[in-house]
Write a protein that binds this ligand. Structure first.
Ligand code: ACM
Length: 665
C-alpha cells in the first residue's frame, strides 16, 4: 500500500539553508503511526538525539509519536543510517555532512557520523509544515555540508555570571542552527568563574560566589558534546586578569592588594611575565583545566594588555632590557611563548585575540580577529589560521541584516586559495557588560541564527528579504528550548510599569531598540554593579518592525497605485501607534523606573504616529500638505533621532522617506 501524499507545497523555512536542496510536490504526512529505525550504527549519543527529536516533533505537531528506535528499516517512517560515532573528541575537522530525502513514503537521513546525523535531525524538524488538518514533511532531497568548520558563539560569563540553565538552553539553540563551538569566556577583571581545586582562591575570592563548579563545567561540556558542540574555555591572560589577583596577588606585576574590578574597560594590571613562579602557577592551572575541557584548543585571551603595570615596575623594565624586549608587545609575545610551552605540554593548541599575532609565535596559533577583517587577512598572509569576530559583536546592537552580510571570506578577498583555507570560520561574540541572565537571550537570539547561516550556508545565500522571512519562524522555534528572547520583553514591560496591562507599552516597545554598547556606556556609565532593569533592557535589538516598516514604505513609494495592501498595513500600524500613545504617556509618567528614559520618547512616539498618518493621507491625495508641514515633520524626526533614554526608534528612516515623498501645496 503506498502512502497518501501531502497536498500542500513546500515552504522553505530552513535556517541555515542547506548546500543543496531540491523539492518535489507533496510529501510525507505525519501520523501517530510514525516510527523510527536506525539500522546501522547506534550509540547512546545518537539514541538520545533521536529521542529529543521525537519529543520535539510531538511538541511541534501535537501528534503522539512512539519513542522506540527499531533496527528493521522495513516500513519505518524515518530511517536514520549512520556509519559511525565520529571523533571521540570532536575536532575542527569532524564530518558534519548529511543527506536527507523525503518522499510520500517516508524520510531517510544518512550521515557518516553521529554529528552529521544531529545536523540532519535539526533540518528534519525545521521541515515540518502544516498540511490542512495535519502536518507533513515536504518531499525534498538535501545534501548538506558546512562552508566553514568553525562556527562559534562566545559568551562572556566573566563580567556577568550566566547560570548553567542559561548556558544549556543556549547550547540547544546553537545546535538548532548548526553552530558547533561554544567559546566560554571564564575569566575577566570582573570575575573568575570556574572552581579550581589547586587554586581555590581564584573563584573563592574572585567571583562574588558566582562560579561554575568543576562538576557543572563537565556537565556543560557533556551537554554540548551530546549536541555536536565543542567547548573552548577562555582564560584571559596576561591582562583582563584582576579577578585572579584578588586571591593570588603574587602572579601579578604589582604588589596588590587587589579587588574584583567593578568598572569595565581596560585595566592596567597584568600577570608578571618575568617570574618563573607565574609559569609554574599557570602550568598547574592549565593542567587542571585540561582535565575538564578535552578540546584540543585553549583560548588564552591576550587582548587589551596596556603594559602600564609592567612599565611601572622597575624589576620588569630591567628584565625587558636584559632580554632585549623593546616594548610591552614584545614582553607579551615572550609571555605567550612561555605559555605556549605549557599548552603544548597538555596537548593544547593556542588560540587568542588579535594581539597574540606576533612573528615570535609558531604558525599553529589561531588568531581570533576582533579588530577587523584586515587583521584576519594579515594573519592569513603570515600563515596563521584565523576566525572572524569583528562584524559579529552582538553588543553593537546592529541588525541581523548587517551581521548576515558580513562574510568571513568575501568573494572579493585578495587571499590566495592557500591563505583562504586558513580562515576557519567565524564566531559571534556576546560580551557581558550590559546584560545578565534575564536579558542575554534577547541579545543573542534570533540575530545569531542569521550569522549561523552565514557560517554554514553557501556564500551566495545572501537574500536579506528571505533571511528575515525565515528568521521570524526560526525565532519562534527557538522558544521550544525555554529561550526567553521573545517573552522577556513582556516580562520587562510588566516589571517597568507594575501592571499586567501592557498592550499599549508593547506597541511602543515594538518600534524601539537598545542603543549600542558604546552609546549606552556614554549615557549611563554602566559598571558591574549597575542594575540592568531599564527600558533599554526590556526592548530587543532589531525587532521585526525595523525591517517590516522599511519594506512596506519602499514598496508603497515605488508604485503607490499597486500597493494598496502595503498602504493599509501602514495605516493600521500608524493608527495602532496613535491609539497606544496616550496610554503609554500615562504609564511612563506613573513609573519612576520609566519616566527618565521614556518621557521624551513617549511624546515622540505620538508625533511619529501623527506624521505617518498624515503623510499617507497626503500621498493619497485627499488633501495637500500645508506649506511648512514637511520641514516641521523632518524636524520632529531629527529630534527623535537624537540620543535619549538609551533606546532608539527603528522606523525613522522609512518615515523620513514618506515625508520626503509628500508634495506641499
Ligand atoms: C575584545 O573585544 N577585547 C576581544
Amino acid at each position: 500500500m503506498s502512502a497518501q501524499s501531502a497536498q500542500s507545497s513546500f515552504t522553505n523555512t530552513l535556517m541555515p539553508q542547506p548546500s543543496k536542496l531540491t523539492a518535489e510536490p507533496g510529501g510525507f504526512i505525519l501520523k501517530p503511526s510514525f516510527t523510527v529505525a536506525a539500522p546501522q550504527f547506534r550509540d547512546g549519543r545518537l539514541d538520545a538525539a533521536i529521542g529529543r527529536t521525537l519529543h520535539r516533533l510531538e511538541y511541534e505537531t501535537g501528534i503522539p509519536v512512539a519513542k522506540d528506535i527499531h533496527k528493521d528499516p522495513a516500513g519505518a517512517s524515518l530511517i536514520i543510517e549512520v556509519k559511525g560515532a565520529g571523533e571521540v573528541i570532536q575536532s575542527v575537522d569532524e564530518d558534519e555532512s548529511y543527506s536527507l530525502h523525503v518522499t510520500a513514503n517516508g524520510a531517510k537521513l544518512q550521515a557518516n557520523t553521529v554529528v552529521g546525523a544531529l545536523r540532519g535531525m535539526e533540518t528534519l524538524l525545521q521541515l515540518v509544515q502544516p498540511d490542512h488538518s495535519t502536518y507533513f514533511l515536504p518531499a525534498v532531497s538535501i545534501e548538506d555540508t558546512p562552508r566553514f568548520r568553525w562556527r562559534g558563539l562566545m559568551i562572556d560569563c566573566g563580567r556577568h555570571f550566566e547560570p548553567v540553565p542559561v548556558i544549556k538552553r543556549t547550547l540547544d539553540g546553537m545546535a538548532a542552527v548548526k553552530l558547533n563551538v561554544f567559546h566560554w569566556h571564564l575569566s575577566e577583571d570582573q570575575g573568575f568563574r570556574i572552581e579550581s581545586k589547586l587554586y581555590p582562591k581564584l573563584a573563592g575570592m574572585g567571583s562574588d560566589g558566582l562560579y561554575y563548579t568543576q562538576e557543572q563545567a563537565k556537565e556543560v561540556v557533556a551537554y554540548a558534546r551530546e549536541r555536536g558542540i565543542r567547548v573552548i574555555p577562555e582564560f584571559d591572560m596576561p591582562g583582563h586578569s584582576s579577578a585572579w589577583f584578588v586571591g593570588y596577588p603574587e602572579i601579578s606585576s604589582g604588589s596588590g592588594p587587589y579587588e574584583i574590578r567593578r568598572e569595565f574597560g581596560i585595566s592596567d594590571v597584568a600577570m608578571d611575565p618575568t617570574r618563573d613562579s607565574t609559569y609554574k602557577f599557570l602550568d598547574g592551572f592549565v593542567g587542571e583545566m585540561s582535565a575538564i575541557f578535552p578540546d584540543p584548543y585553549f583560548h588564552i585571551g591576550g587582548d587589551e594588555t596596556n603594559g602600564v603595570q609592567w612599565k611601572g615596575n622597575p624589576r620588569i623594565v630591567e628584565f625587558m632590557q636584559k632580554h632585549d624586549l623593546k616594548d610591552t608587545a614584545a614582553l607579551q609575545a615572550y609571555f605567550n611563548q612561555r605559555l605556549l610551552k605549557i599548552l603544548v605540554k597538555y596537548h593544547k593548541h593556542m588560540i587568542g585575540w588579535d594581539e597574540v599575532l606576533n612573528p615570535a609565535l609558531p604558525k599553529d596559533v589561531v588568531v581570533q580577529s576582533w579588530r577587523g577583517e584586515a587583521s584576519l587577512a594579515a594573519g592569513a598572509k603570515q600563515g596563521y589560521q584565523g576566525i572572524l569576530s569583528a562584524p559579529y559583536y552582538l553588543d553593537g546592537m546592529k541588525s541581523a541584516e548587517q551581521h548576515y552580510l558580513a562574510d568571513p571570506l568575501p568573494a572579493n578577498s585578495d587571499l590566495t586559495p592557500e591563505q583562504r583555507s586558513l580562515i576557519l570560520g567565524g564566531e559571534v561574540c556576546m560580551w557581558g557588560e550590559q546584560l545578565y541572565e534575564r536579558t542575554i537571550d534577547s541579545r543573542i537570539w534570533p540575530r545569531t541564527a542569521a550569522m549561523a547561516e552565514r557560517f554554514w550556508s553557501p556564500e551566495n545565500v545572501r537574500d536579506v528579504d528571505d533571511m528575515y522571512r525565515r528568521l521570524n519562524t526560526v525565532s519562534i522555534r527557538l522558544e521550544v528550548f525555554g529561550l526567553t528572547h521573545l517573552t522577556q520583553e513582556d516580562v520587562g514591560l510588566r516589571a517597568l510599569t507594575g501592571s499586567a496591562d501592557i498592550d499599549a507599552m508593547r506597541v511602543f516597545a515594538s518600534i524601539l531598540e537598545p542603543v549600542s554598547f558604546g552609546e549606552r556606556y556614554e549615557g549611563q556609565h554602566t559598571s558591574q554593579l549597575t542594575p540592568l532593569n531599564r527600558l533599554v533592557d526590556a526592548v530587543r535589538p532589531d525587532p521585526p518592525s525595523r525591517y517590516e516598516v522599511q519594506v512596506l514604505v519602499h514598496a508603497l513609494l515605488e508604485n503607490p497605485s499597486q500597493h494598496s495592501d502595503e498602504k493599509h498595513q501602514l495605516e493600521a500600524a500608524f493608527s495602532a501607534w496613535k491609539a497606544a500613545a496616550p496610554k503609554v504617556q500615562q504609564r511612563v509618567t506613573a513609573s519612576p523606573l520609566l519616566t527618565e528614559d521614556a518621557a521624551a520618547r513617549a511624546q515622540q512616539f505620538a508625533q511619529l504616529a501623527e506624521i505617518g498618518s498624515q503623510a499617507l493621507a497626503y500621498l493619497a491625495g485627499a488633501s495637500s500638505a500645508p506649506t511648512g508641514w514637511k520641514q516641521n515633520s523632518l524636524t520632529v524626526l531629527d529630534n527623535a533621532k537624537k540620543p535619549g533614554g538609551l533606546v532608539r526608534f527603528t522606523v525613522l528612516g522609512p518615515l523620513r522617506d514618506l515625508v520626503n515623498a509628500v508634495q506641499e501645496k
